[in-house]
Design a protein around this ligand. Structure first.
Ligand code: CS2
Length: 497
């Protein structure tokens, strides 16, 4: 293999590999991205790459990792370049993305991250830091007792959290007379911009009231809905891509052809002309977000836990299982009536497209990957729709089964599933709870308390009853019995004609 993907080797790549058509040396940064993982590199960075190629040269990205140096270590020797492999049954198309101009690792050098954030050329800060990094307590408010929040309040000049970095950068920009950046949350949270805005105001209040007013009044937090399926890269992917490129790429990113980004158009400091590259700019992202979280992500979580419990390692295999497929169709039918009816979005073609996307065998999207952090994901994916149904006098039989499958899958680790097969911020508390062997209804209620599911909601108790019933079935006869209780898989045999 001849060397490494980089500015120097890019001209020698095979002709069918798309490469940046712009001069990477003449672009300047306009965006700091916090959480420069595979999803960002398959999604926002690809859209920004198209803008740079279109001549919008002042929007390149400074990529920041808030935790591990892995991405920087892989991409820095490659001048920030990496391959995006767009895969489906028709084959694989490779595109080298050039929009990430530099990479920083926050724990190594927090001042370098702050320096990037206060650079007047930076007008947008985007985030994909995963649900758990928003550090919400079970009631949804900022977890002010979290050690990293406590640390950041005591050490504002060397933060660890996104909250700490954003707040300190806004303080310094204001002192320097630099207008605030726009904060664009790209995580799968409900009302993600508004949620982050609220959390940052809470954080700022713990510093000083004036900063809280500044964050509340002067900083824009548009919400956005992001969508693209991005399985974790495997060593086999690395080897195949190196073969196709003729050079090594330490961290190519795998994805599907589909992509979607819907953004609320509130960018006082300016923005790239994303709409020219398929981004939908809207006034209110809410209906798009609900549809995506409840239909795509809700089904994903269902497929992940049921797939793990029935020994399916990938989404496409689990989805090809007729019982799981039937379950997902019914889950969608249950979730659809909870979506806003007047937003002009049609869930029927949307779920048909999801079915195609979940059937993409070229992705090998691992069920264990999606299973991570269920306590953080299920509230907006599943619990919200289940509660909406109960409020409307409808049953949440299939939605509640996903919550039960999550609890059953968590409890199966160290038994039928390998220890640590997937992880959750609540793992220690869950292990402790499972070890107490309480009656199922009590275990379920305790899980709801720990995870803050349906916190304070009048229908909480009824939802717990549904979940506990399914959980008893899981314990007594596994997914088969849980499905059978819903009439899935035990239809009477067809009569011979
Ligand atoms: C998945 C998402 O891992 C998960 O929890 O449901 O990452 C999903 O693939 C993306 O949201 C798709 O846009």
């Amino acid at each position: 293999m001849n060397g490494r993907l980089s500015n120097a080797t890019i001209a020698k790549l095979p002709a069918e590999v798309r490469v940046p058509s712009y001069d990477r040396n003449s672009v300047t940064p306009g965006i700091v991205h916090l959480g420069v993982g595979a999803f960002h590199r398959a999604h926002q960075a690809a859209y920004v790459d198209a803008c740079l190629a279109d001549g919008e040269s002042n929007w390149s990205i400074v990529g920041v990792s808030l935790r591990s140096p892995d991405t920087r270590d892989a991409l820095e020797p490659q001048d920030g370049l990496y391959t995006l492999a767009i895969r489906d049954s028709a084959g694989e198309q490779l595109q080298v993305i050039g929009s990430i101009q530099s990479l920083l690792v926050a724990p190594e050098d927090p001042s370098a991250v702050l320096a990037a954030l206060i650079d007047p050329r930076i007008r947008i800060v985007t985030l994909t830091i995963t649900e758990k990094a928003y550090l919400r307590a079970a009631d949804g408010t900022l977890d002010g007792a979290h050690p990293d929040i406590v640390h950041d309040l005591a050490n504002p000049g060397s933060p660890r959290t996104a909250h700490g970095f954003l707040a300190e950068a806004l303080v310094r920009r204001r002192a320097n007379g630099t207008p605030p950046f726009t904060v664009l949350c790209c995580d799968n949270l409900p009302a993600n911009g508004a949620t982050l805005h609220r959390l940052l105001i809470e954080f700022a209040k713990l510093r000083d009231a004036d900063l809280a007013r500044h964050v509340a009044d002067d900083v824009a937090f548009p919400s956005s809905m992001v969508d693209r399926i991005v399985p974790a890269t495997t060593d086999a992917d690395r080897a195949r891509i190196a073969d196709e490129l003729g050079v090594q790429d330490a961290w190519p990113v795998m994805t599907e052809p589909f992509r979607q980004w819907v953004i609320e158009d509130r960018f006082p400091a300016g923005r790239p002309a994303w709409e020219r590259f398929g981004v939908t700019m809207v006034e209110d992202v809410g209906p798009f977000e609900d549809m995506k979280l409840r239909l795509l992500n809700g089904a994903h979580s269902g497929i992940a836990y049921l797939g793990l419990l029935t020994d399916h390692a990938t989404v496409d295999r689990a989805f090809a299982d007729p019982l799981i497929r039937q379950f997902v169709d019914r889950l969608w039918a249950e979730a659809v009536p909870t979506l806003p009816q007047d937003a002009g979005l049609d869930p029927i073609p949307y779920t048909a497209e999801l079915a195609d996307r979940f059937s993409n065998t070229a992705l090998a999207h691992r069920t264990a990957q999606i299973a991570n952090d269920g306590s953080q994901k299920l509230p907006q994916r599943i619990v919200a729709s289940a509660l909406a149904r109960l409020e409307a006098g409808l049953l949440p039989e299939h939605l509640s089964l996903v919550v039960a499958a999550w609890i059953a899958a968590c409890a199966a680790r160290g038994g039928s599933l390998p220890q640590g097969h997937f992880t959750d911020p609540l793992d220690a508390a869950l292990d402790d709870l499972f070890g107490r062997n309480l009656p199922t209804a009590e275990t379920t209620a305790a899980v709801f308390d720990l995870a803050g599911f349906a916190n304070g909601h009048p229908e909480r108790h009824r939802l717990i009853e549904f979940v506990a019933t399914h959980l008893v079935h899981f314990k007594q006869g596994g997914p088969k019995l849980a499905f059978a209780a819903l009439g899935i898989g035990n239809e009477p045999p067809r009569r011979a004609e």
